[in-house]
Ligand binder design. Structure first.
Ligand code: HEC
Length: 112
């Protein structure tokens, strides 16, 4: 029994390691909040890749406030060249302010 568990956890580690190598994983909070329906880290889905968002705002001291507001109230026209003009839906109060701040911190941290 013990040996079997070891095999299972070794397989899990191998799988997790592999998925990390091929594509950056979205955090559980992004999945729970519904962001993964339209965003991935390294490629466009409906919305822009979060890595591209992070690169665009790197070095912008006001980026956190700006992006927190965009996630709360929605946004449009900032990524038209990537999305063809699809708007980002408003997420407040569906997602709490604390969770939105955590998601924006995660996004801005990607390009660092
Ligand atoms: C229905 C699809 C959809 C969902 C769900 C979605 N987004 Fe977006 N998101 C978009 C689109 C489309 C844009 C580009 C909007 C634009 O052009 O201004 C965008 C843009 C963004 C931006 C960049 C804003 C800017 O002005 O540069 C951030 C940050 C972002 N989304 C975060 C999130 C987070 C966090 C969630 C989950 C709470 C989420 N998105 C869920 C479609 C979505």
């Amino acid at each position: 029994m013990k040996a079997r568990w070891l095999t299972v956890s070794a397989a899990a580690v191998a799988l997790f390691g592999a998925s990390q190598a091929f594509a950056a994983e979205m955090p559980p909070l992004a999945k729970k909040s519904g962001c993964t329906a339209c965003h991935a880290i390294d490629h466009k889905v409906v919305g822009p890749a979060w890595m591209d968002v992070s690169k665009r705002y790197a070095g912008d001291a006001g980026a956190k406030d700006k992006l927190v507001n965009r996630v709360k109230t929605g946004g449009k026209g900032n990524w038209t060249e990537v999305t063809g003009g699809v708007p980002m839906p408003p997420y407040s109060p569906r997602v709490s302010d604390g969770d939105i701040a955590e998601l924006v911190d995660f996004i801005l941290g990607l390009a660092k």
